[in-house]
Design a binder for this molecule. Structure first.
Ligand SMILES: Nc1nc2c(ncn2[C@@H]2O[C@H](COP(=O)(O)OP(=O)(O)OP(=O)(O)O)[C@@H](O)[C@H]2O)c(=O)[nH]1
Length: 415
């Protein structure tokens, strides 16, 4: 379910959560998926503790009804214990929610039957006192297991009917004691069901609140990521903006020093863009900037940072690029923009939009700064403009990996 729909569903549930013990199907499925594992584990732990205590009741069997002790051992250890442990193993392995609740509720009913059989088997004088303890079985199902409310109601009702069926015809027990025991058991059943209801309701309501906050936190995170992305992106061209360039350049510079790599930088400026703007108008100028930016982006490697510094000036930052590779990349960009064949009637009827590129490549050291690289590329751009535009010029830098690159070669490349 997409988060918007889920959030709406959760809010709807919260609006009506004061008495509902089942969510709409989508939210219920999510609730089960999120809580099932922990719930099964809790139930198994509660089941193991209850099984131990159930078996410890053999001590009472031994002292109250020694003549039925053998039967009690057989029923508690030979029937109830294997049945209960099998159910717990099954639940631990993972079953559907319906089967989990049914299996756990069945242990309550089977424990009631087993306890009633032991009780009915004995005619010892105080054996009937055991009936008062049957209410504990209801407490286990409703509070210790915390069965879902409907299963708690069903298993409590079934257990009470079974107890009535065994206790009412049991002659050695005085009528007053029967009445008191049955009242006590029914009262325990009702009180524990009230607690069970409130527990499930608060569990579900808390879950909804937590889920709602989680979904909202997800939104905030996404919004923050979006905002961060916006703050480092040029809105017109979607290229990186100057802020991103200023943040990334020192990092890549340091990385290049550490790894002994060289760094290439192109400063790219659209030729006669003022004339274009004056002739076609500012909105058309924006479209032209977008086309030029796309060509730059499409003709750069993913690892290169393509930046709109401002106006019609761009930068491409290349790490681990030799002079030759940087020049080839610069030429690819220059040629791709010329190939757009965007007419620039502001200059002449034969003119098209072109760019001039200043290139600088060097191996960063602690003695140099990123500004040295930028200034050198700027000076090279000025040269390219001065010598006629639609050209690439390479800065002649001390420390450049190929100082000897001749401007003449670049001229040939660029024309
Ligand atoms: N449409 C548009 N124009 C812009 C934007 N930013 C800067 N400009 C225009 O870009 C033009 C830059 O002109 P100049 O700096 O004179 O450079 P040029 O005409 O390209 O000349 P050379 O660089 O010497 O080839 C100006 O007309 C600015 O108004 C923008 O975001 N959109």
């Amino acid at each position: 379910m997409v988060n918007d729909a889920l959030l709406k569903a959760v809010e709807d549930e919260l609006d009506g959560a004061h008495c509902r013990l089942r969510f709409a199907d989508d939210v219920e499925a999510r609730f089960e998926a999120d809580t099932q594992r922990q719930r099964s584990r809790n139930m198994v732990l509660a089941g193991v503790i209850s099984a131990i205590i159930y078996c410890l009741f053999l001590i009472n069997d031994y002292s109250f009804r020694p003549e039925a002790f053998a039967t009690a051992v057989q029923l508690r250890m030979g029937v109830m214990l294997p049945f209960g442990l099998s159910v717990l193993w099954w639940v631990y392995r993972g079953v559907s929610p319906v089967l989990r609740e049914t299996l756990m509720a069945s242990t309550v009913v089977v424990a009631t039957v087993v306890s009633c059989l032991i009780f009915a088997k004995s005619v010892a004088p105080y054996s009937y006192l055991d009936v008062f303890s049957f209410g504990l079985i209801l407490l286990v199902g409703n509070i210790v297991y915390s069965l879902r409310f409907s299963y708690a109601c069903a298993s409590s009702a079934a257990s009470i009917v079974i107890i009535l069926a065994f206790v009412l015809p049991y002659e050695p027990m005085p009528v007053e004691a029967k009445r008191l025991a049955i009242f006590t058991i029914i009262a325990m059943g009702i009180f524990s069901l009230v607690a069970n209801y409130r527990f499930e309701l608060s569990e579900r309501t808390s879950y909804l609140h937590v889920l709602k906050e989680k979904i909202r936190a997800g939104y905030y995170l996404k919004d923050n990521q979006k905002l961060s992305q916006l703050s480092i992106t040029d809105p017109l061209t979607n290229l990186a903006n100057r802020r991103q360039f200023d943040a990334v350049l020192p990092v890549r510079w340091k990385e290049a020093i550490d790894k002994g790599m060289c760094m290439g930088l192109m400063v790219i400026d659209i030729d006669y863009f003022k004339a274009y703007n004056d002739f076609y108008g500012h909105p058309q100028g924006d479209i032209c900037l977008q086309q030029v930016a796309k060509a730059m982006h499409d003709n750069s490697r993913d690892a290169d940072l393509v930046v709109r510094l401002g106006g019609e000036e761009f930068v491409v930052l290349m790490v681990n690029a030799s002079s030759e590779a940087t020049n080839v990349a610069a030429e690819r960009i220059r040629a791709s923009i010329a190939a757009l064949r965007i007419p620039n009637f502001g200059v002449s009827h034969q003119a098209y939009i072109t760019v001039s590129v200043g290139v600088a490549v060097l191996s960063p050291t602690d003695e140099l700064t990123p500004t040295d690289l930028l200034s050198a590329a700027d000076r090279a751009l000025y040269e390219a403009k001065r010598q006629g535009r639609n050209a690439i010029r390479m800065a002649n830098l001390a420390g450049s990996p190929s100082d000897g690159d001749a401007a003449g070669d670049l001229d040939r490349l660029s024309r």
